[in-house]
Ligand binder design. Sequence first.
Ligand code: C5P
Length: 401
Amino acid sequence: MQALGNKKILLGITGGIAAYKSAELVRLLIKAGAEVRVVMTPSAQEFVQPLTYQALSGHRVYVDLFDAEADSAMDHIELARWCDLLLVAPASADFLGKMNAGYADNLLLTLCLASKRPVAVAPAMNQQMFANSATQENLKQLAARDVRVWGPAEGDQACGDFGPGRMLEPEQLLANVALQFVPGKLDGVQLLLTAGPTREAIDPVRYISNRSSGKMGYALAEAALQAGARVTLVSGPVSLVAPPGAKLVAVESAQQMYEAVMQQVAHSDIFIGCAAVSDYRVDQVATHKLKKSENSMSLPLILNVDILAAVSALENKPFCVGFAAETQNLEKYALAKLEQKNLDMIAANPVGNADSGFETDTNQLEVFWRDGHHSIERDNKLAIAKQLIDLIVERYTCARS
Ligand code: C5P
């Protein structure tokens, strides 16, 4: 297997009995074509001598910060920049705790802080230490910061215990490393996406909006990023964190969303209109808070621009995907929108049920294009998003060929 040809892997080794397995990992990575540099923490050296990894990797092993600084060819910043992936295997409980807290009191911790490259950890420790809520919290927070957590496996432990805490086998770690470099289905593709509701001001304190949570749009942004796309997310006000890697443009009103989309669209290959854009806005926004006086009042509304229709009317239009949230006649309305807005694809979801559509964690979709249809069954929104991205990839590739 040469899946890792020319890939640069920085392998960090911390203090744990599994350090001996990492010698085999170095051998496997090199056999797969990778270039490997090894960094050891001081306690890792209590388990295995640096010479072992030096012999296997064909390069000096970095063991302390000042040692790396003394190497003018590769100081710690250079090392952090050099790699395509930084993998810490084994990663001890102590190391994970310090890494989560942002410590930098040894070379490997410093590299974890200094590297912009993907970082993966393969935890290895006693099962009780793994189960401890401190370790669990550390892993959860690291994962939330996009550190890939690989393992641990369950089984017999060196201390005589049985349970989760064994480092994944070198073959499994090699497979995980290789997976990081499988080209994404949307590599090099620029994807622009609207998400969330819009807010149309009535006066300085009131607005008209809708029940969109933004969850579906944010899940789509995440799924597109995972497929390798460069993602720009134009989002109305939501209480979600944009997936790391997405370029977020935060807006409030439909008009601001329109302007942001028009600014970004020229370089986009795919546009997904997932936002629940307010169809109307208040004609005259009051400068001061409206006071109650009459028994009834009316607010003249005017139609907002249809962002999706405007994008699909562009001369060099991207591949356009719309959403249709309907409480009835799903297929009929979806097909009409596909036609009227000149879309390449439309994803229709029933709203008004407790378990799909707005403000829910699950959804289901009926997806239509000119000569086809596919149902995506009820699931959580990220799973739904991944399936929709797969369909978009299929149709987008077809449309371009
Ligand atoms: O016509 P309707 O509002 O049902 O169409 C929904 C689709 O159109 C969604 O993809 C939505 O994001 C998009 N849309 C838009 N601008 C509007 C209204 C809807 O982009 N003003």
